[in-house]
Design a protein around this ligand. Structure first.
Ligand SMILES: Nc1ncnc2c1ncn2[C@@H]1O[C@H](COP(=O)(O)OP(=O)(O)O)[C@@H](O)[C@H]1O
Ligand SMILES: [Mg+2]
Length: 275
């Protein structure tokens, strides 16, 4: 099967329980889902049916009460929170309804935030943020504060932040919920572009008009799946665009510097030992 796509997310019997005894309720109820790389899934359903809980569990912001979550084949539901944070920062980008930009940081620093885990020096983080903002036509606004931007511009900056560390999975919880139809359209076109580059997107929306962007539409009900319809065959999902070797190249370049340093240190130590 040459067109078999890689499974990126697999959820088995995920349950999220709130409260005890009489107050017990299930935000997710024995939830199963398999996501292939390159899918653009839209999740719909009435308020309170568990959409946000599902995204938070997938995004490792929340832990399911029981069940198994495989991310790239690795069980991640019960890993320690520090490792969770690392996996999240490497693999997952989040976009929220209310943008969630930090109000007293300029746009460029907001966008650079997820790179804190990358090990890059600050200058390099800001450079990457600036390049990403350029892709979103926001370079001229990079030193503006969030409040100086329109809602649509803020959400585009938030998308830039979500993708700056080149995650494989983008999770978006009603990203156009606070936007007018024109800004919604621009934001959806950005997500479409990110998807066409081979990224996997899972997006919650109330707007049925947006489902035309999706390759699969899932309707949730009471913490489970009501309907699940694929509109694009797995074999027609976009392939990842390879832009991931930049970091490798630089690390190769930097490598000789480290052993040299160590060698000179060794020499110094030897000299000291002789004296
Ligand atoms: N922290 C919480 N404590 C108790 N109940 C919660 C909590 N978060 C969510 N819920 C409940 O879980 C259910 C699903 O919530 P949510 O995932 O936010 O739904 P949706 O995003 O579809 O509107 C709701 O009944 C909600 O009240
Ligand atoms: Mg919600």
């Amino acid at each position: 099967m040459p067109d078999e796509k890689e499974t990126i997310i697999k959820l088995e019997g995920l349950t999220k329980k709130y409260g005890f005894r009489e107050a017990e309720s299930f935000a997710l109820n024995n939830f199963d889902l398999t996501v292939k790389r390159g899918e653009f899934i839209m999740i719909m359903g009435p308020s309170g049916c568990g959409k946000t809980t599902l995204l938070n569990v997938i995004g490792l912001l929340d832990t399911a009460t029981s069940g198994t979550y495989f991310l790239n084949g690795e069980p991640v539901n019960r890993i320690k929170s520090r490792k969770k944070a690392r996996v999240r920062s490497k693999k997952i980008g989040f976009i929220f309804q209310n943008f969630n930009l930090i109000p007293d940081l300029p746009i460029i620093e907001n966008v650079a935030l997820p790179l804190v885990y990358s090990g890059f020096h600050k200058t390099r983080r800001l450079l990457r943020a600036s390049e990403t903002l350029e892709r979103f036509n926001l370079k001229d606004k990079e030193y503006y504060m969030p409040y100086q931007l329109s809602g649509g511009q803020q959400q585009r900056a938030a998308i830039a932040r979500a993708i700056v560390s080149k995650p494989e999975i983008i999770l978006a919880d009603e990203p156009t919920g606070n936007l007018d139809s024109h800004s919604s359209h621009i934001v959806m076109e950005e997500l479409k572009r990110i998807h066409s580059e081979g990224n996997t997107i899972i997006m919650v929306t109330h707007n049925p008009n947006l489902t035309s962007y999706a390759t699969r539409v899932i309707n949730m009900l009471d913490g489970g799946i009501d309907t699940d319809i694929k509109t694009v065959e797995d074999s027609d999902l976009p392939e990842p665009v390879v832009v991931r070797n930049r970091r490798k190249k630089t690390s190769k370049k930097q490598k000789p510097a480290l052993p040299n340093l160590r060698r000179s240190k060794k020499k110094k130590l030897k000299k000291r030992g002789k004296r």
